[in-house]
Every structure is written in structure tokens, then in C-alpha cells.
Design a protein around this ligand. Structure first.
Ligand code: PLP
Length: 427
């Protein structure tokens, strides 16, 4: 079956990356060669549970057969035309994704950072042409400890020193406000020239920083009051990860835009998606908005050679179908509740873990140690030895985000691996 066997040992593969690749990542020492569903295998054939899911790009599980089938079929037919011409897959995808999320229009891109850049450009243009803000004066509000990608503009409003330092001069036009603080938001919105609020419904990279239940709804209504675009970066939280189709759906776990949702839905003006939009098979991102906003972008004003290519369009359509057909939001919700309950039971008598937080299957534990200690890293290395892959995030926090196709039985096995591993650190 699997004929693409790597000939290298783990040590050899690591040495090659170390010597010939830029050192812009610090990976766990494991070399992955194959994946299927919730599992990945290293080059020596050892099997692991994947609790990162490529930062939630692989919500549908590794090498999902339906997605792989679409990749093969479309790759043999047509992959790239550029947008200089129409292609036979894009329109269908656009119709599907806009109905799926309940927006008039979509602008397809490739990576998450590009989609965020697109949202920023869209917001600024809307501010000058529709809201009437004076040229070059538009301000976009962002949250402390945000993560929106790695481009020069996006890191301009990061407050992570590693992401920002020595990459200036920085793009102006952004104001940082504290996260999960409606009062601070209200105050910032009352200032002149505010065009948009760019925000993650849960801050994934910051350590699954989960706001109060009503915060997104409050942010939504405050933005309404001030005629400011509410732009939700759901690149990590969206597409069933947090137990609903979108994290801004709040309490609803149905698989499409619905009426029941209205009570809790913090509907964004601009919705930013990426990662799981392709199930990890291809870089696909998208920005969704209604006509009154999206129509400010005219031919020649924005684009990307690969954005909206037929391969991406076909893959993304299938990836979204899988989420709906396999009830992944509902599964993420049920398993997430179980995960936090089991972890909380463990934490009661733990000295090494302070707390567990998250929604659906986007969760994290906070390690009870100095932020600059290596405990979270050491635990992740031990987890790897015990057959489970997770990665520390900022400040001694470990994120747990398995593929959403996991079964309850598998989850219980994983909870045992995690708690057994933690016990060895209780000291
Ligand atoms: C991953 C991520 C991005 C950036 O996506 P890339 O595809 O890595 O450019 C932006 N925002 C959030 C919330 C993310 O998690």
C-alpha cells in the first residue's frame, strides 16, 4: 500500500534539516512519515496519536480518503489556471462555501496570513469608500497576545518579541487593546477613525486563551454601535474545532448556518478561514463577507496567482463536506467536554498542572511552573516517547488538539497516556 517509504532514519532526517534548512522552527525530535486519521507514524514505524493536528489544519484526520480522492482526481485533470481565466471548479466552490457559512461572497487565498492581509485591505478600503474615514487614517483594533500570521504587516501588531523584533519598520494603523475586556473595547471604539476589530474568538497560539462566554457577542454589538467591521480570525478556531461550525457560533453545534444559532451567534462582518479548510491537503484560505463590504474590491486591486485555483477549490469543497457529513462539530463538542472533565479530575490532586481550558477539541493545560522553565517541553518529549504528540505554546502551556475524527475510546486511551506521563512529573 504505502510505497513512498523513506530510506532515512530519524537521526539522519533531523541532521539534514538542521544542516540545510533555516532554523525558523524548533520541532520536537520526531520525524513523521505517514498519517491516517488520528494517527501518524515516524520513519522507524512507531505510531503516535497526533494532538496538534498541524495547528488544527487536519481537523478531518490525516489523509482523509474522500479528500485524498478529490486531490487525485482534480490533480489529474487541472490544477492551476490563474484568475486570468475562469475555471470549472471555482464558482461551485464559491457557491458552496458562501451558503455553508451564510455570507454573500468569498475571496479565496492560500495561506492564513494572506487571508488576514486580505481582511485588513478589505477593511481599510471599506473605511475610505463607505464609512468616509479620511485617506490613510483608518485604525484597526487588535488584541493583546494576538496571533494572525507572519507577514510584515501582521507581525507589526504582534506583541510577541520573537515574532516582531528586528523586523521593523512596522506597518502603522493598528491599536492594541486587552483581550476579553469589553470596557476597554468600548473605549477604543469611541476613538476617531476606527474601521475594524480584528480578533480571534479563542487565542490559540497565546495558549488557548478562552474569553468569557458573552465577549464575542458584546464585541459584535459594540462594533455595530460604532459602524466598525467585526473581523473574526477563525483560521484555528473555525471549521468544527471548538465544537461548533465556528467559535463565534457560541453554543450551537449544528453544521450549517441556522435559525437556532441566532441567539448566540456573533456574526462577523468579515470571516477569515484557513487551515482545516483543506483538511491539511493543500494551502487554502478564504475571506467571507457580504456584498456591501466585499464589493469595494474591484478587478486588479487584490489577488494571488494560486488563490481560487481549481485544485484548491475542489479540495476545500470536499473538506467542508466531510465536516458536515461526519458531524465533526458535534463530536468535537462531546469529546471536548469529556476531555476537560477527565483532566479536571486529574488536576484536583496535581501539583504540576494548574488548569485545563478550551472549547470543543481546542484545549490546553497550564503547567504549574515558571513561564521560562522547560517543564512543558520536557513533558511533550515524554508524551512523544509514550506515543502522543503535542507541542508547548507560549509560557509553559501545552495545547491538546487532536483530529476531530477521534472516537471516545481513543480519547480515553489518550487521556491515560497524558495523565500517566504527567504523574512522572509530579515529583
Ligand atoms: C495559523 C494561524 C494564522 C496564520 O496562518 P498561516 O497559514 O500559517 O499563514 C493566522 N491566524 C490564526 C488564528 C492562526 O491560528
Amino acid at each position: 500500500m504505502h510505497t513512498l517509504q523513506s530510506q532515512l532514519t530519524s537521526a539522519e532526517a533531523i541532521a539534514l534539516e538542521d544542516k540545510h534548512g533555516a532554523h525558523n522552527y524548533h520541532p520536537l525530535p520526531v520525524v513523521l512519515d505517514r498519517g491516517e486519521g488520528v494517527y501518524v507514524w515516524d520513519v522507524e514505524g512507531k505510531r503516535y496519536y497526533d494532538f496538534l493536528s498541524a495547528y488544527s489544519a487536519v481537523n478531518q484526520g490525516h489523509c482523509h480518503p474522500r479528500i485524498v480522492k478529490t486531490v487525485k482526481e482534480q490533480a489529474e485533470k487541472l490544477t492551476l489556471t490563474s484568475r486570468a481565466f475562469y475555471n470549472s471548479r471555482l464558482g461551485e466552490f464559491e457557491k458552496y462555501i458562501t451558503a455553508y457559512f451564510g455570507f454573500d461572497k468569498v475571496l479565496p487565498m492560500n495561506t492564513g496570513a494572506e487571508a488576514v492581509e486580505t481582511a485588513i485591505k478589505l477593511c481599510r478600503k471599506w473605511a475610505y469608500e463607505k464609512k468616509g474615514i479620511a485617506e490613510n487614517e483608518a485604525v484597526i483594533l487588535v488584541a493583546e497576545n494576538n496571533f494572525h500570521g507572519r507577514t510584515t504587516t501582521v507581525i507589526s501588531f504582534s506583541n510577541d518579541e520573537d515574532a516582531r523584533k528586528h523586523f521593523g519598520p512596522y506597518t502603522p494603523g493598528f491599536v492594541t487593546i486587552p483581550y476579553n475586556d469589553s470596557e476597554a473595547l468600548a473605549k477604543a471604539l469611541a476613538e476617531k477613525n476606527v474601521a475594524g476589530l480584528l480578533i480571534e474568538p479563542i487565542q490559540g497560539e497565546a495558549g488557548v486563551n478562552t474569553p468569557a462566554d458573552g465577549y464575542m457577542r458584546e464585541a459584535r454589538s459594540l462594533c455595530n454601535e460604532h459602524e466598525v467591521l467585526f473581523m473574526a480570525d477563525e483560521i484555528q478556531t473555525g471549521i468544527a474545532r471548538t465544537g461548533s461550525l465556528l467559535a463565534v457560533c457560541g453554543n450551537c453545534s449544528c453544521t450549517s448556518h441556522c435559525e437556532r444559532q441566532e441567539a448566540t451567534y456573533a456574526r462577523p462582518d468579515v470571516l477569515i478561514l484557513g487551515k482545516a479548510l483543506s483538511g491539511g491537503a493543500y494551502p487554502v484560505s478564504a475571506v467571507l463577507a457580504d456584498n456591501a463590504i466585499m464589493d469595494v474590491i474591484k478587478p486588479g486591486q487584490h489577488g494571488s496567482t494560486f488563490g481560487g485555483n481549481p485544485l484548491a477549490a475542489a479540495i476545500a469543497t470536499t473538506a467542508l463536506e466531510v465536516v458536515r457529513d461526519e458531524h465533526l462539530a458535534q463530536n468535537a463538542r462531546a469529546l471536548g467536554t469529556r476531555f476537560r472533565a477527565e483532566m479536571n479530575a486529574y488536576i484536583k490532586n496535581s501539583r504540576i498542572v494548574k488548569l485545563v481550558r478550551g472549547r470543543g477539541l481546542l484545549n490546553a493545560i497550564v503547567i504549574n511552573d515558571r513561564e521560562d522553565s522547560s517543564t512543558a517541553w520536557d513533558i511533550c518529549v515524554k508524551l512523544k516517547d509514550n506515543g502522543l504528540l503535542a507541542k508547548p505554546t507560549h509560557g509553559n502551556i501545552i495545547r491538546f488538539a487532536p483530529p476531530l475524527v477521534m472516537t471516545e475510546e481513543q480519547l480515553m486511551e489518550c487521556i491515560n497516556i497524558i495523565t500517566d506521563t504527567l504523574k512522572a512529573f509530579e515529583g
